[in-house]
Design a protein around this ligand. Structure first.
Ligand code: LMR
Length: 414
């Protein structure tokens, strides 16, 4: 009965990891999946995560019982404070329904599923940025909501196509869903400025569009949690009802533990309560209860002043302080790599302009390399990246950045 099932293509991101792992070359470079690597190219367990892990191991009161369906309360509450700010009026007014999720993907899925069931007739279109994270399309296709693209990336300027974006919002049917990346846009590394966010909010408010914010990189884009959370907090201040999808894969390096949080900000406490009760049913039918370990790690750090400061300290006076702050160590190493890569291109006189490498932010850079050049880099230089020319900056380090720059220089000149 299943002979007609078609063979699906491999995942565009995880196929790269598999091909890279199988490559025997000692020069190989993986710029595919967005996962942080230290300067020797190794995965990095955050020192603060190691400390939290030791605390949990010593805690004799912990067991392996189920978490509540909505997740660990100390985790979801701290997550809301992180996303919306400690003084958030929406938190004070109990207007936010927060549920622990299977990382950002799970949060996106819960949101998509909820919207398909409870937003108008379930057929309201959802608009995704062009380009966007490959998984967004699959997640929304699973819930059968009509999908459209909105222009985002300007290929000439390699910056934001704000005019295209705003006019797509203008011409979309009133009340459409717009999936926006709250910070560190994946794959382009191009974010709206605060002024542009204001314009986006103006149109969305007038058109009564629904903001669906995916925030997988808070603190990772600029190294500043508030700056990276600005768009979320601004939309809440403007009075929007909205969804926020939070991931702790990148900013805590907890990729495989699948730690995330889903938030629905509604108009009042009563609505938030009803929404939460419905999402709990969706959660129960799919995963029953979220996994405990990663949420306990994050909760331990976010709820302890000393550990929190080790992960992230708002103001820092001395160089040595930021050196030992885990979040800053990651974001600054990436910023440093952007500069080094740019310098190499300058030195080599690589054709084209390269300032987008340092202008773009977060984990990724949209290099502008075309499909053929990407193929050549893989075949001739053992350099792996997604077909659309996105590179994960975290895959670059002091030992391979020059090799990468020279390889790119060569394929561009061919
Ligand atoms: C990426 O875009 O590389 C990451 O977000 C990992 C993933 O799940 O695709």
């Amino acid at each position: 009965a299943f002979e007609a099932v078609e063979l699906a293509p491999p995942d565009v991101i995880f196929e790269i990891t598999a091909a890279y792992d199988a490559d025997q070359s000692t020069n190989k470079v993986n710029l595919g999946v967005g996962a942080y690597r230290d300067d020797s190219g190794k995965p990095w367990v955050l020192p603060v995560v190691k400390k939290a892990d030791a605390i949990l191991r010593d805690d004799k009161s912990l067991d392996h019982e189920y978490l509540p369906i909505a997740g660990l309360p100390s985790f979801t509450e701290a997550s809301a404070r992180l996303a919306f700010g400690g003084d958030s009026v929406a938190i004070k007014e109990h207007r936010i329904a927060s549920l622990q999720s299977i990382s950002g993907t799970g949060a996106n899925h819960l949101g998509a599923l909820f919207m398909s069931k409870f937003y108008k007739d379930g057929k309201t279109p959802c608009y995704l940025s062009n380009p966007t994270w490959a998984n967004h399309k699959q997640i929304w296709n699973n819930v059968s909501v009509p999908l459209f693209d909105y222009p985002y990336f300007h290929t000439k300027t390699r910056g934001l196509d704000i005019d295209g974006l705003l006019s797509a919002m203008e011409s979309a049917a009133d009340g459409s869903i717009f999936l926006l990346h709250g910070c560190a846009h994946n794959p382009t590394g191009v974010d709206p400025t605060q002024d542009q966010w204001v314009k986006i909010a103006d149109v969305m408010e007038r058109k009564r569009h629904f903001p669906f914010l995916d925030v997988a990189y808070q603190g990772f884009a600029s190294g500043d949690l508030d700056k990276d959370g600005w768009a979320i907090q601004y939309f809440v201040e403007r009075g929007f009802e909205l969804i926020v999808c939070q991931s702790y894969a990148k900013n805590f390096g907890l990729y495989g533990e699948r730690v995330g949080c889903f938030h629905f900000v509604s108009k009042n406490a009563e609505t938030a309560k009803k929404i939460k009760s419905q999402i709990e049913i969706l959660q129960r039918s799919e995963i029953s209860n979220p996994p405990a370990y990663g949420a306990r790690i994050v909760s331990t750090v976010l709820n302890d002043k000393a550990l929190f400061n080790e992960w992230y300290l708002e103001s820092y006076a001395f160089e040595f302080r930021y050196r030992c702050q885990n979040l800053r160590e990651m974001s600054h190493r990436i910023i440093d790599m952007r500069q080094k890569l740019f310098n190499h291109f300058q030195k080599l006189g690589t054709p084209g302009t390269w300032n987008h490498i340092t202008d773009q932010i977060g984990m990724f850079s949209f290099t502008g390399l075309n499909g053929l050049q990407v193929k050549k880099l893989r075949a001739e230089f053992h350099i792996y990246m997604t077909q659309n020319g996105r590179i994960s900056m975290a895959g670059l380090n002091s030992s391979n950045v020059e090799y990468f720059a020279k390889a790119v220089d060569q394929v561009i000149r061919e």
